[in-house]
Design a protein around this ligand. Structure first.
Ligand code: FES
Length: 143
């Protein structure tokens, strides 16, 4: 992580360290994306540059004590999930092999790129966040 990226995220989100993101940091496919906190119609959103993502690429976005996985599915199609397993609250990882999915390293639960559970023991989906985009940016709607 470049020092400038760290500072931008720390300033925008109030988070300096990606808590619980040790696994994501080790992934070859995840990288830290700079995010700017913006307010649109009284709703907080994280603004991420589209240029920071390729198809099926994941970016880790820090917000408060959470890590959000932002994936580009196709041109102008993005999905964002909070990377906390609904089974017992551990951090999930993204696997960018042929079967692109999230996996929880603790008990093996699997989730699609859109956060839908496909293998237990988790019985609920990842928490997903709505995304929108314009020409240059993706906006993640915060809860
Ligand atoms: S904490 Fe994720 S499967 Fe148990």
């Amino acid at each position: 992580m470049k020092r400038r990226d760290f500072i931008q995220i720390a300033c925008a989100t109030g988070v300096g360290i990606l808590a619980g993101c040790t696994s994501m940091s080790n992934s070859k496919t995840a990288h830290l994306a700079s995010a700017e906190l913006v307010i649109v119609n009284k709703h907080q959103q994280l603004k991420v540059a589209k240029a920071s993502l390729n198809n099926n690429d994941i970016a880790a976005v820090a917000y408060q004590d959470k890590t959000i996985g932002l994936i580009k599915l196709a041109e102008n199609s993005y999905t964002a999930s909070i990377l906390i397993c609904p089974h017992q609250g551990c951090s999930v990882e993204y696997s960018n092999n042929e079967e692109k999915h999230y996996i929880c390293p603790y008990h093996g639960a699997k989730f699609t790129q859109e956060g839908i559970v496909t293998k237990g023991p988790a019985t609920a989906n990842l928490t997903t966040l709505e995304t929108t985009s314009d020409q240059n940016y993706v906006y993640i709607q915060l809860p």
